[in-house]
Design a protein around this ligand. Structure first.
Ligand SMILES: Cc1ncc(COP(=O)(O)O)c(C=O)c1O
Length: 378
């Protein structure tokens, strides 16, 4: 029997506790486990860096939500990315990354992995031909975000999967912005899905975490070996909080999308807004591909004012939209990517426009959000 998304969110990895019947998976706040005899750990649990039952529950749920066989949970999205890179790539290998990757992802490639001998090229991944032109002998990964952070560009996952596989590379999709409720990259041919679970999966801005989901058993075993060897795991309480958030992902995402659609429509009509970036708008260049591969278009809306000073002023004047980094929580956030989340790409080919404002549209009463934006833009 296969269950629907929301049933999996509530039940996958979350059977009632066999000993007490507790409906919610307990927080196994323990570093180690009593063994029945030498070499006989109970249910395989030896030490919590290697495995912890609360983390196992989260990992099973993440895998189910992405329609994948295996999930691994990490201390942050960046820890997940690092573990994957160091598992798959060796010095001298090559990867293709998007021209508007999340700033921290670009920093990992440009300032850390490059020192270690990993080469990369930057492509416009909304254009499969540009991606093809940037691959070469030794390309191990095509790394995709869709929608991208913060410009909300759309990449054709199925087309890029085909390209990656023709080149003997893996297609890795950072699915943080869409969440598995809106988009399931493995079903479209991707090899690995990356999440900053800090965002929509956790959903309440109260925990940092990351996840990797994949189908290939050997790749899973290799990444798990690195996870244990390098140790970037989150604690049991973090896993428990993320799992609690994940249970309501579907209902939250629908409300995020409802509100974001209304915010995008409002901004489109506003005289001080020059350009609205939201894949749900028919005029968005990636709209058709997004409509093909996403259930809806997400909760992040970016816009350009044409004037960097006005963009900063809007961020400072908003009240209900809290000025802050991150996204995907129930509360609305506003930020100026050029000086905040994407300051690390300043001066690089990934530099974002100075007049750009990014909104993480929360699930508050939408009229209150529109009134706040009206005030901020006044
Ligand atoms: C698209 C995307 N990927 C990865 C990350 C990194 O995740 P974390 O902050 O959980 O390390 C972020 C963080 O903002 C992100 O937006």
């Amino acid at each position: 029997m296969t269950y629907g998304f929301d049933t999996l969110a509530i039940h996958a990895g979350q059977d009632p506790d066999p000993r007490t019947g507790a409906v919610v998976p307990p927080i196994y706040q323990t570093s180690t486990y009593a063994q029945d005899a030498v070499g006989e750990p109970r249910l395989g649990y030896e030490y919590s860096r290697t495995d912890n039952p609360t983390r196992s529950a989260l990992q099973e749920c993440l895998a189910a939500l992405e329609g994948g066989r295996r999930g691994l949970a990490f201390a942050s999205g960046m820890a997940a990315e690092d573990a994957l890179l160091r598992t798959v790539c060796r010095p001298g290998d090559h990867v293709v990354i998007p021209n508007d990757a999340y700033g921290g992802t670009f920093r990992l490639f440009a300032k850390i992995a490059q020192n270690w001998g990993l080469h990369f090229d930057i492509a416009d991944l909304s254009d499969v031909d540009d991606a093809r032109a940037k691959t070469r002998e030794g390309t191990r990964i095509i790394w995709v975000e869709t929608p991208t952070n913060p410009l909300l560009n759309i990449a054709d996952i199925a087309g890029l999967a085909q390209l990656a596989h023709d080149r003997g590379a893996l297609l890795v999709v950072d699915n943080t912005f869409a969440s598995p409720y809106l988009q399931q990259p493995l079903a479209l041919g991707a090899d690995v899905v990356v999440h900053s679970t800090t965002k929509y999966l956790g959903g309440h801005s109260d925990v940092v975490g990351g996840g990797l989901i994949m189908n290939d058993e050997q790749l899973y075993a290799d990444v798990k070996f690195h996870q244990n060897g390098m140790g970037a795991v989150g604690g049991p309480f973090d896993a428990w909080l993320t799992l609690r958030g994940a249970r309501t992902l579907g209902v939250r995402m629908d409300r995020h999308c409802d509100n974001a659609e209304k915010v995008a429509a409002f901004l489109l009509r506003h005289p001080k807004v020059r350009r609205v970036l939201y894949p749900g708008l028919p005029e968005h260049p990636g709209h058709d591909v997004a409509a093909k591969q996403m259930r809806r278009f997400g909760g992040v809306v970016s816009f350009q004012t044409g004037d960097p000073a006005l963009a900063v002023q809007v961020c400072n004047r908003a009240k209900l939209f809290i000025l802050g980094e991150s996204l995907g929580g129930v509360e609305s956030l506003i930020e100026h990517p050029g000086t905040m989340t994407h300051a690390s790409v300043s001066g690089s080919p990934l530099e974002v426009p100075a007049d750009l404002v990014r909104l993480s549209v929360g699930i508050e009463t939408v009229d209150d959000l529109l009134a706040d934006l009206e005030h901020a833009l006044a």
